[in-house]
Ligand binder design. Structure first.
Ligand code: RFL
Ligand code: PHB
Length: 388
């Protein structure tokens, strides 16, 4: 098989890249390890930065987003039981966010791919990268028991944290920056009306988050030990922990119901550098992971893909500069989001080894945030997304 860009990973990064390249007349083949149904059943992100919304719209993916997405311009932060800080992001920095689930973006991307006869090979096994330092790299894989080879100009590694692309960069040339947090997030989906405003909470029982997908679908999270499994968390236990962690006024507005999805995700910050090696370029979770506290992971995947698509388009038009600079350009924004997500995670969670001193300092930071419009503006500027 031959194509211009072989894309490993059919998640949001890989399928958006194939879409943006196709819009510019550049061919690609996408290899995805899972089935289409499996990818669409993973419940993940919910909050889009405005830059992400505009990138999707400009790519011709805005139609359902603009009808079904809902615009937020407020976030609430609760702490010490009943304290509540409400930040109007539009008043503060002139930007809003949009609530639109990652599942829907993925459905929109697959629908668009179907419309242009994009080759996406699902259930591709044993994907391996070859000759990435040559002018003609290759990707081999098996599908339905047969071995195939794709010969291409470039490989885009969009295969998430566990994929093979990052490992194709020689280990001695890679530097990995990793921080693992000593807790996870237990998340549920419930077919009940969400709170009208997204709320993060720091409480003595640990972190909680009340989010939404649509007027009859709520998404809630609580911090939990990494040793817990979903079997440890009956729905009753979940609701009573959530209510213990948020102010009474918000708890009184929440309707409980059976969970329709329940999962635990570990929290980590991770960056691998460089993100380009020879003809291989990484994008999204393949190159970096942020804890979900700042809602940045999907947004970073979109910004990487924005830079990478522009760079490949320029390269095919005869200008190599953007592609040479892709790593430096993308990583500058990545580190901004990595730092912000680490800060917000540190501010809002209870750490098992936190001393009474640490605890007071954390509460003082929340008090300061509450009292200072400058501190709120600094937080909001990063929450709504640093400019591309
Ligand atoms: P993905 O989505 O992991 O897709 C990578 C794809 O590569 C495939 N793959 C392979 N394909 C072929 N061969 C192989 N050997 C392969 N190995 C893997 C995988 O099957 C998969 O389909 O990475 P991508 O595209 O970079 O997208 C990143 C986002 O998915 C991720 O950053 C976000 O979901 C993170 N995230 C959030 N981001 C936000 O911007 N806002 C949020 O509100 C937000 N909330 C979240 C989140 C992630 C969460 N979890 C579970 C990790 C909430 C949660 C709970
Ligand atoms: C979500 O709705 O899943 C969500 C919202 C905000 C976050 C993380 C996840 O920070």
């Amino acid at each position: 098989m031959q194509t211009q860009v072989a894309i490993i990973g059919g998640g949001p990064a890989g399928t958006l890249l194939s879409h943006l390249l196709a819009n510019a007349g550049i061919s690609s083949i996408v290899l995805e390890r899972q089935s289409r149904e499996h990818v669409l059943s993973r419940i993940r992100a919910g909050v889009l930065e405005w830059g992400t919304v505009e990138t999707l719209r400009a790519a011709g993916l805005g139609e359902r987003l603009d009808t079904e997405g809902h615009v937020h311009d407020t976030i609430n932060i609760a702490w010490r039981g009943q304290q509540l800080l409400s930040v109007d992001t539009f008043d503060m920095v002139g930007k809003r966010m949009m609530g639109y689930g990652q599942t829907k973006i993925q459905e929109d991307l697959y629908a668009a791919a179907d419309g242009r006869d994009q080759q996406i090979i699902f259930e591709a096994e044993d994907v391996a990268l070859h000759d990435i330092e040559s002018d003609r790299p290759r990707v081999t894989f098996t599908a339905n028991g047969d071995t195939h080879e794709i010969s291409c100009d470039y490989i885009a590694g969009c295969d998430g944290f566990h994929g093979p692309s990052r490992q194709a960069i020689p280990a001695e040339k890679r530097q990995e920056f990793l921080k693992e947090y000593p807790f996870g997030w237990l998340g549920i989906l419930s077919e009940t009306p969400p709170l009208p405003i997204l709320m993060y909470a720091n409480s003595e029982h640990g972190f909680a988050l009340c989010s939404m997908r649509n007027p009859m679908l709520s998404r809630y999270y609580v911090q939990c030990p990494l040793t817990d499994t979903t079997d440890d968390w009956s729905d009753d236990r979940f609701w009573s922990e959530l209510f213990a962690r948020i102010p009474d006024a918000q708890a009184a507005q929440i309707q409980t119901g059976p969970s329709i999805e329940k999962s635990i995700a570990p929290l980590r910050s991770f960056v691998s550098e460089p993100i380009s090696w020879g003809r291989l370029h990484l994008a999204g979770d393949a190159a970096h992971i942020v804890p979900p506290t700042g809602a940045k992971g999907l947004n970073l995947a979109v910004s990487d893909v924005h830079y990478l698509s522009q760079a490949l388009i320029a390269q095919y038009a005869g200008d190599p500069v953007l592609l040479e600079q892709y790593g430096a350009t993308a990583l500058r924004r990545v580190w901004g989001a990595v730092r912000f997500s680490w800060w917000l995670t540190s501010l809002l969670h209870r750490f098992p080894d936190q001393t009474p001193f640490d605890q007071r300092a954390q509460e003082q930071e929340l008090e300061f945030l509450n009292a200072s419009a400058h501190a709120q503006a600094a937080m909001t500027e990063q929450y709504v997304g640093l400019p591309l």
